[in-house]
Design a binder for this molecule. Sequence first.
Ligand code: HEM
Length: 228
Amino acid sequence: MKNEKLYLYPVWLRIWHWLNALLFLSLIFTGLNLQYSKVNSPVIEFHTAILIHNISGITLTLNYLFFFVLNIVSGNYKYYLPKLKSFGKDMLLQLKFYLSGIFKNQEHPFETTSSRKFNPLQQITYLNIMYALFPLLLISGWALLFPEFIINRLFQTSGLLLTAVFHTSIGFLLSIFMIGHIYLATTGTTVLSNFKSMLTGWHVHENHLVKSQLTEIKIQQVQNENEN
Ligand code: HEM
């Protein structure tokens, strides 16, 4: 039973992740309000939306710095690095599984182990999200908070407008990531198993569990046959 559970999500990572998710939802909600709600009938009042958006954005930045430092110090960053040698082949295998194998109840092509927490598709996605798109979202958000530092005119257009369009576009891309991320998180051994892991820290290797249970049943059957 001992080897069937892997402690993959330490406390700091879970605190970062769930605070990150909460702040993200708050930013999406207030961000959509700022972008689309009508002046006379906003879902939440304009200044309240700005205040919540700014506080969430500042907290998100501090939370990101916390993730950035601890991900390196704890060595968790290693899980994000894909194997370059077999990367193309591995990605195709994983994609094929998500597009077809998963609907035929086939086994996941990359088993979760203590040295491989993510499949190749997760690795490349998380790497780009956490080390490219996320920092760009934060930097453009801070630039909008202090617009006096934004270059006034860039390519004959207002620098402020370009920064706002850039910030909103990255926000949309990350929101799309989040939808895909939640869907793929349901494709674990059971619909809820990955969510449980992110809450408890433990990844339960159900395949091993099923195998060991089957072995136990077989042993029991042989013993019963011998007794009869
Ligand atoms: C309500 C929103 C969210 C839910 C329900 C959710 C759910 C989960 C679950 C179940 C896992 C563990 C399984 C896995 O690795 O795929 C996970 C991991 C992860 N999530 Fe999320 N997530 C949410 C939002 C986000 C957001 C907004 C981001 C970043 C922009 C994010 C980034 C990550 C990363 C990087 C990991 C891997 C952490 C590690 O083990 O190093 N998640 N998420």
